[in-house]
Ligand binder design. Structure first.
Ligand code: GLC
Length: 533
């Protein structure tokens, strides 16, 4: 295994949604001890970095993204001792562990907000974004909450509105206030001193808002099925120039500790996204690239975005790719199980750090949630728009036993009905399973210099195919050919090639020799090691 170079460039990141990975105390909710017990599975899979969605004290209005104490572990997930044990075990096994940092907003139950809302002259009043009503009594501006309704909540006790980009239970902090900055930097130091290897920073592009709070413009492309939030363009409420100063300061805190890193959650077009690498690459190490999550599964669109992204990266900026997360439909539901195998090949052979969402490696699909069981506030607040994120957050099926071995009691969200057939154990023993494919791909990637460090060169793309090369001087070159359709097609290589298949989506071509013309089955993808004739 190649384990050289900077870890966040060479290793694969695996996102765990702690509520749904493994329950150890049978309350139906996953926890830290559960995660610890499953580290050997992750070792076997071959990933190197574990990212945990929030595990901190929280009233759970947004399932942990509403934090009431940044330095306490929520009892549902365990204790600080459990955390230290997990971190220690992860490090022993050679993993890096990164935590979710949620600096844009706190819970309304956080002590800071309780003080802030207690009176207009409380020293923490300015820690949040408070504004008077307009003279006619209306809201301070037209900003909307991502989760539906206005972004402003009236506080009758002190007679002002406060701003919340998400739930009213998630008031936004005022990052223009230096005391807020200092407080959050000390939260970061607390965890870095404990030994965590970095953070995934929640909604980084939201952190600073226009200082004049100007109205957002109407979105001319809004369609009724979209979330109400999308009816305006968040021109003044997000992605302000000053955010880069804040990111830079966060980076300085990270850099006080050796070998740590920071990922930014940023949903922006490529041209704006790359600014988050910062001047001289002193911003986020990896601003999350969500292009594969947000684009239609169309090889023409995807190939052009890959090329655009490669070209837009700053010279030392390291790329990254994501196929799924806890906010988006699962890849296997979005593109189907067969194309999800093509997607796996793509994710693990593009240039840059891949992030894998738990369960995608066994082809987990969105689980339909009956109306009474929906718990995600985004779904509950906009019931007619089918926006609940619960289907992609369901418990991991480990085996065919009760509740898939996730818990002995009814889990907080239902498992997929097919869990007795499709689970980690069954796939482990099936040489053609999605798990087998992921494992082969990961092993190949981690042992191939060109797949980790090599250049990327787009070779050919059309309405069915994408093909590209990964090459590094002195190392094997890889040719990747992906059929994005269910129909057969013929790949005519624009360059002279000869090679051997290392991995293919059907897992029945390994070792076959190929040359200039390759007939592909529907949904077939190949990773080919080029050889001399
Ligand atoms: C991020 C999280 C999402 C959460 C939101 C508000 O987008 O990924 O789950 O609801 O921030 O914190």
């Amino acid at each position: 295994m190649e384990r050289n170079g900077i870890w966040w460039r060479s290793e694969i990141i695996y996102q765990i949604y702690p509520r749904s990975f493994q329950d150890s105390n049978n309350d139906g909710i996953g926890d830290l001890r559960g995660i610890k017990s499953r580290l050997p599975y992750l070792k076997d899979l071959g990933i190197g970095v574990v990212w945990l969605s929030p595990i901190f004290l929280s009233p759970m209005a947004d399932f942990g993204y509403d934090i009431s104490d940044y330095t306490a572990i929520d009892p549902k997930f365990g204790t600080l001792q459990d955390f230290d044990d997990l971190l220690n075990e992860a490090h022993q096994l050679g993993f890096k562990l990164i935590l979710d940092l949620v600096p844009n907003h706190t819970s309304d139950q956080h002590q800071w907000f309780k003080e802030s809302r207690s009176s207009r002259d409380n020293p923490k009043r300015d820690w949040y974004i408070w504004r008077d009503a307009k003279s006619d009594g209306s809201l301070p501006n037209n900003w909307l909450s991502v989760f539906g309704g206005p972004g402003w909540e009236w506080d009758s006790a002190t007679g002002q509105y406060y701003y919340h980009a998400f739930l009213k239970e998630q008031p936004d902090l005022n990052w223009r206030n230096p005391e807020v900055q200092r407080a959050m930097f000390s939260v970061m130091r607390y965890w870095l001193e404990r030994g965590v290897d970095g953070f995934r920073v929640d909604v980084m592009w939201h952190m600073i808002k226009d200082d004049m709070l100007r109205d957002n413009p109407v979105n001319p492309d809004y369609l009724p099925h979209m979330a109400t939030y999308d009816s305006f363009l968040p021109v003044y409420s997000t992605d302000q120039p000053e955010v880069h100063q804040v990111v830079r300061k966060m980076r300085d805190v990270i850099d006080e500790f050796p070998d740590r890193m920071m990922i930014g959650e940023i949903y922006l077009p490529i041209s704006k996204l790359v600014a988050y690498y910062g001047v001289d690459n002193k911003g986020a190490h990896l601003p999350f690239n969500f292009q594969l999550l947000t684009l239609p599964w169309d090889p023409r669109k995807i190939s052009s975005v890959i090329v655009e992204y490669e070209a837009a990266l700053p010279s030392e900026g390291w790329p990254n790719w994501v196929l799924g997360n806890h906010d988006q439909p699962r890849i296997a539901s979005r593109v189907g199980l067969q194309q999800a195998r093509v997607a796996a090949l793509l994710l693990l052979t593009l240039r840059g750090t891949p992030t894998l969402y738990y369960g995608d490696e066994i082809g987990m699909q969105d689980v339909p949630i009956p109306p009474g069981k929906i718990v995600d506030p985004q779904g509950l607040n906009m019931p007619d728009k089918n926006l609940t994120r619960d289907p992609a957050r369901t418990p991991m099926p480990w085996n065919n036993k009760l509740n898939g071995g996730f818990s002995e009691v009814e889990p907080w969200l239902p498992l997929d009905k097919n869990y007795t057939r499709l689970n980690v154990e069954s796939e482990y023993n099936d040489p053609h399973s999605m798990f087998a494919l992921y494992k082969k791909l990961i092993a190949l990637r981690q042992s191939s210099h060109a797949l980790i460090h090599g250049n990327f060169r787009m070779l050919y793309s059309d309405h069915q195919l994408i093909s590209y090369l990964r090459e590094a001087p002195g190392h094997s070159t890889f040719l990747i050919v992906l059929n994005f359709s269910h129909r057969t097609t013929l790949f005519r290589s624009p360059i002279e090639i000869h090679g051997v298949v290392e991995v293919d989506t059907y897992l029945d071509m390994i070792g076959s020799e190929v040359s200039n013309f390759i007939a592909l089955r529907g949904d077939e993808g190949l990773v080919i090691r080029l050889t001399d004739k």
